[in-house]
Design a protein. Structure first.
Lengths: 721, 155
């Protein structure tokens, strides 16, 4: 199976499908925003069509059938015979979702979605057509279709210097091949005379069964633009004149268009006839001329040839920009990430030993080392960037969740996304899908009110959920905003009391009440709905986010809505940390968990119990922990006056003050897991390797505090450990 | 003394012997990955006393066991003469801190005897066999018993 070339092609077809589905959803999004221009509709059409074409090649009949009927409807839209009403758009969305399901079903060999047929019938009902009637129409015909290019829209063509345009048609006879000639050489020679657009005509190729290997079927249509003469062209064919049909004609003055200008307005040429040309020979032309070959039906041909000498780069700027990509095994990237991590450590070690050698700062070694340092930084950044991926596919999945949740709850929801191009580590994206799904469902189910209630409160009946992503100070912040009723704090409080999560007389601030949502076993839905409220709640979400090194917080305004923000590290491989020293040990505290640092004064410290102290910071009392004592490196000190504390914040809103001996620096450290070689250590998240080659532990303040004793005063009995 | 009269490998065992607190111990050489000079280990909080800490072994984090403490003796002092024997057992890799490495011995398996069962000390449970080489008694360590249990949480 693994060595089956077909399996590989098939796999890449499905990857391509994902991309096509992505652009399909994009285009539907644009249409949803009210723009119904031809290009957008074409994108939808092409996406569906390409999936159909590919599926046909692999014999995925169910997928072909679905895509075909979907495509037929989109064709009606494209030709303007069908209006895009909001209802129609909803159906398109549904059909696009189902198309994703169909693709997945075809890939995994599972059953196709049950609602497919009903959705298609609804779609076809839009056209007012008998569902059966359209199916046969285009079936056998994978011919390039005449795309509705709006050439009328083009601005008056600018004048360019006249170059002659020749239409050249060559049809080699069998004798040409028999005499050892090769059309490729002819085509190459022609491309030396000017810019050429080569098309291979494959219409004459018979069915495979009837194909004779020694018969010449192919012919080429070449449009040559250049400062040359017919004689020069004839010269090229000097040796093959008698074994090849050659037609050369000059096209007068059609050439005043600048080909490049066309390129930007044309859809990517490759998409148009891709289905038909994939497995045919004309790759020859592509190699030579830099333009993709394709058979073109005569009606389109003249139009296309206007843009004859479209250079390759114009192709890529046409339509949506697609830069060439490589698919790489994730393992290989991870290995590279590891190696670069080693390189960074090694570089730091080298720098340290050079510094110790006492070389003058302007020596060649030092400047060389500095350049080396910059390079390693760059390499590290680039490698991390390879792993980074835009959040767009994730957001698109969420769009679907919103649609489904809205349908299930009978609410009207408009889903907006912002910052889709924000890039995050692949692993982070993968592990974000579940918590995000849950939160989006919650937002629809609990966040937004029913349409009646909304209109009653003077809002639009349609609720809005916004999913946004942005980079903020080295982290990614993802926000889920709804314009619903906001958190019903009295109700939340009541539930928490009823469930015994808080004492009845607890005095809680608004944000503390909001944070009750994250308690295990909390669920506000009075009746359990099909969507959310299945016992797993926001606590699971919070755990998942925390496992990614992230934080989650809520802000809610009654009547206005709720914002959940998730702050995540860009990558799981490096971390911004504060390097500190405690009891002669060097450690790293994640910068993300540190609110501020301070030096303790006598007035700051207040005793709490016989063995514990609190610190008075900005009107709040924060428990004091001696890091050295909590880690078992030393006994609590007699007095903490003048000591440095790190004020850390935890996800549950609690804060703590950690006593350290000194703060050394802030730097990025490469995370090395401890779990595999040793196991979990309470209070320790991971390890890293410092510039001197020594290992420093990366602390997890929240975990540390949860198991800490909090002893910060010396009592009679021994406290070590 | 390492000359072997029996060429057959499956009846023979090669041992790396080392000194620890004046006594001689050994481990099967097949489980030894490398031998490193002493480097200071970063202590781990809440670790059992015999876990000396972790060291940087070319970019990976390697836990180091003070074998002396593990066998119920005072800790290895930790200076330039001490060495860390990096051993691998299954998926687990760890360093054993010992006083010094002394020799490589090739012995027929028949010369290894099971240790007598003495209940008074804990050390014998870490020893899988005994042998005599040139009048010296050499203990063969049971690595699985010596290494920290990776599944359990160190607390």
């Amino acid at each position: 199976m693994t060595n089956d070339p077909m399996a590989e092609i098939r796999a890449s077809f499905f990857v391509e499908c994902e991309e096509l589905l992505e652009s399909l959803h994009d285009a539907l999004g644009i249409m949803d925003a009210g723009e119904h221009d031809n290009e957008t509709i074409n994108v939808v059409f092409r996406a569906v069509h390409s999936i159909k074409g590919g599926a046909g090649a692999f014999g995925l009949d169910a997928l072909v059938a679905f895509a075909h009927r979907f495509e037929t409807v989109m064709d009606e839209v494209r030709s303007g015979r069908l209006d895009i009403s909001p209802d129609a758009l909803k159906l398109f969305y549904h059909a696009a979702d189902l198309l994703s399901d169909e693709v997945r079903a075809a890939r995994d060999g599972t059953d196709e979605p049950a609602e497919a047929e009903s959705c298609l019938q609804e779609l076809e009902a839009l056209m007012g057509l008998d569902p059966g009637a359209v199916v046969e129409e285009e079936e056998a015909d994978f011919q390039p279709m005449g795309l509705a290019f709006d050439f009328d829209d083009f601005a008056p063509p600018p004048e360019v210097e006249a170059a002659t345009v020749f239409d050249i048609r060559i049809k080699p006879t069998d004798a040409l091949y028999a005499s050892g000639n090769e059309p490729l050489h002819l085509l190459r020679a022609l491309s030396g005379l000017g810019s050429v657009e080569t098309r291979c005509d494959i219409d004459t190729i018979p069915d495979f069964a009837a194909l004779k290997p020694e018969t010449s079927y192919l012919s080429w249509n070449i449009v040559l633009t250049g400062d040359t003469s017919e004689d020069e062209i004839r010269e090229v064919f000097d040796f093959v004149e008698d074994v090849c049909e050659i037609d050369i004609s000059t096209r007068p003055e059609v050439d005043s268009f600048t080909p490049g200008d066309f390129g930007t307005d044309l859809p990517p040429l490759t998409d148009i006839g891709a289905d038909a040309t994939l497995d045919s020979e004309p790759a020859i032309g592509a190699e030579d001329t830099g333009t993709p070959p394709e058979p073109v039906t005569p009606s389109v041909q003249t139009n296309i040839s206007l843009g004859a000498a479209v250079p390759r780069d114009a192709n890529s700027s046409a339509g949506n920009e697609v830069s060439p990509t490589v698919r790489v095994d994730l393992d290989r990237i991870d290995r590279l990430v590891n190696l670069v991590g080693e390189l960074v450590i090694n570089q730091a070690m080298l720098a340290q030993s050079v510094a110790e050698a006492g070389l003058p700062p302007n020596s060649a070694v030092m400047t060389g080392l500095e350049a080396f340092m910059m390079l390693t930084r760059d390499i590290q950044d680039s490698v991390m960037m390879i792993r980074a991926q835009p959040v767009k596919p994730l957001f698109q999945r969420m769009a679907r969740i919103v649609r489904e949740a809205a349908a299930a709850t009978g609410k009207e929801v408009r889903f907006k996304t912002e910052g889709e191009t924000t890039e995050v580590d692949k692993t982070v994206i993968e592990r974000l899908a579940d918590p995000l799904t849950h939160m989006i469902r919650n937002a629809v189910d609990h966040g937004l009110e029913t349409p009646d209630k909304r209109t009653g409160n003077g809002k639009t009946s349609e609720g809005t959920i916004t999913l946004s992503a942005q980079h903020r100070s080295g982290r990614v912040v993802i926000e889920i905003t709804d314009d619903g009723a906001g958190i019903n704090r009295p109700k939340v409080r009541e539930i928490a009391v009823n469930k015994g999560l808080i004492p009845g007389d607890a005095n809680l601030s608004d944000s503390e009440i909001d944070n009750l949502l994250f308690l295990p076993g909390f669920s506000t839905a009075t009746e359990v709905s099909a969507l959310s409220g299945r016992g797993v709640g926001m606590d699971v979400v919070r755990q998942a986010i925390q496992a990614l090194g992230g934080r989650i917080s809520i802000a809610s305004t009654p009547g206005k809505g709720t914002i959940f923000s998730i702050s995540l590290p860009l990558t799981l491989a490096v971390l911004d940390g504060m390097v500190i020293s405690v009891a002669d040990e060097t450690m790293v505290v994640p910068l993300s968990s540190i609110l501020e640092t301070a030096t303790l004064t006598k007035e700051d410290i207040r005793s709490l119990g016989p063995e514990t102290n609190v610190v008075h910071v900005r009107g709040a009392f924060v428990p004091l922990y001696d890091l050295g004592a909590e880690l078992g490196y030393r006994s609590p000190k007699a007095c903490y006056e003048g000591d440095i504390v790190l004020l850390t914040a935890h996800e549950n809103g609690a804060r703590s003050a950690l006593v350290v001996d000194s703060i050394m620096e802030q730097r990025q450290v490469v995370i090395k897991g401890l779990q595999r070689s040793y196991g979990h250590i309470p209070g320790v998240a991971a390890a890293t390797i410092l510039g001197d080659g020594q290992i420093a532990l990366i602390l997890d303040p929240a975990d540390l505090v949860s198991t800490a004793s909090g002893r910060t005063r010396v009592t009679d009995f021994s406290l070590a450990g | 003394m390492t000359e072997d009269t029996l060429k057959s490998t499956n009846t023979e065992v090669e041992l790396l012997s080392f000194r620890l607190g004046g006594e001689e111990y050994s481990v099967d050489i097949m489980s030894v990955r490398e031998i490193r000079g002493w480097t200071r280990a970063t202590p781990l909080p809440h670790a059992p006393p015999y876990v000396r800490g972790v060291i940087n072994l070319r970019g990976t984090v390697l836990p180091v066991v003070d074998l002396s403490v593990r066998l119920g003796m005072p800790p290895v002092k930790g200076d330039a003469r001490n060495v860390i024997i990096v051993v691998q057992l299954g998926q687990q890799t760890a360093g054993l801190l010992v006083d010094a490495v002394s020799d490589i011995l090739a012995l027929p398996l028949t010369e290894l005897q099971p240790p007598p069962d003495l209940a008074a000390d804990t050390a014998h449970s870490y020893i899988s066999a005994l042998t005599i080489v040139e009048e010296r008694m050499i203990r063969v360590l049971d690595l699985a018993a010596v290494l920290p249990d990776e599944s359990s949480e160190a607390a």
